[in-house]
Design a protein around this ligand. Structure first.
Ligand SMILES: NC(=O)c1ccc[n+]([C@@H]2O[C@H](COP(=O)([O-])OP(=O)(O)OC[C@H]3O[C@@H](n4cnc5c(N)ncnc54)[C@H](O)[C@@H]3O)[C@@H](O)[C@H]2O)c1
Length: 250
């Protein structure tokens, strides 16, 4: 895979979990990274860790539910680093674990706001920037296996992630034959703080749902994101790359 030397990557939700690991992976491959997160402490920790290792990174406080914040995130990347090459739209929340009959409608809306509308806001700002660059750029949205199949008690999350897949395919069609590609990753259950509320029994059940008998690691998702951004994936657009240890194989 090519190096990302001198390129510029934005990672939303870069203050924790898969986002932090992917921001770090971009930086290790030579990219300058904008870490965008609503969590100031977490975002700054990621930036400090990258810069302490000799990389280049900037934190931009961003609430992806705000179109203005998404716009500012891209503007700050361009002001600081001159352009934008890659965007990983990854910020997300889990929402409640309740059946539809008992699901709090306000919580349902907030999951859609962060996990789906947040991706739309970022996509719009990023595609605007790419349209001003003759050599375009690459976007990867973080969907989930739950963007492909249902999961009882997670209706808001599942609906949002299916929406992210629809958005990904539509963006790929709209940009057509230009120098821009848009894909998604569809991770299985990954060992991050997002799963920290789950008890041991639930985690064991989830591990068993993967053919490999374990949860994934954030590094395994980051590797897929970087591959999708690389020239090796030049003929890949509008797809959801499954990184899921065989969860969908059964
Ligand atoms: N962990 C899993 O099992 C798993 C599986 C598939 C997909 N995903 C997806 O991966 C992404 C990252 O999840 P994670 O597991 O690393 O979780 P995480 O909780 O470790 O990280 C999520 C990050 O998103 C940030 N965030 C939340 N709301 C935000 C907002 N409004 N604006 C900006 N940032 C915001 C949080 O502050 C946090 O830093 C999510 O989209 C999640 O749905 C996770």
């Amino acid at each position: 895979m090519d190096s990302f030397d001198g390129s510029v990557a934005v990672v939303t939700g870069g203050g924790s979990g898969i986002g932090r690991t992917t921001a770090t992976a971009f930086a290790e491959e030579g990219a300058r990274v904008v870490v965008a997160d609503i969590d100031v402490a977490g975002g700054n920790e990621t930036v400090d860790s990258i810069t302490d290792s000799g990389g280049s990174a900037l934190f931009v406080e961003t609430d992806v539910t705000s179109p203005d914040d998404a716009q500012t995130m891209v503007e700050r990347a361009v002001e600081e680093f001159g352009r934008l090459d890659f965007a990983f739209n990854n910020a997300g929340i889990g929402g409640q674990s309740e059946p539809i009959l008992e699901y709090d409608p306000e919580d349902w809306v907030s999951v859609i706001q962060v996990n789906l509308i947040g991706v739309f806001n970022c996509l719009q700002a990023e595609l605007t920037q790419f349209s001003q660059q003759s050599d375009g750029g690459v976007i990867v949205n973080n969907a989930s296996i739950l963007g492909k199949v249902g999961f009882a008690t997670s209706s808001g999350y599942v609906a949002a992630k299916h929406g992210v897949m629809g958005l990904t395919k539509t963006a790929a069609l709209e940009i057509g034959d230009g120098p821009v590609r848009v894909n998604a990753v569809c991770p299985g259950f990954i060992d991050t703080p997002l799963l920290s509320d789950m008890d041991a029994e639930t985690l064991a059940f989830l591990e068993d749902q993967h053919a490999v008998g374990r949860l994934g690691q954030p590094e395994e998702v980051a590797a897929a994101v970087l591959w999708l951004c690389s020239e090796d994936a030049s003929f890949v657009t509008g797809t959801g790359l499954e990184v899921e240890g065989g969860y969908l194989a059964q």
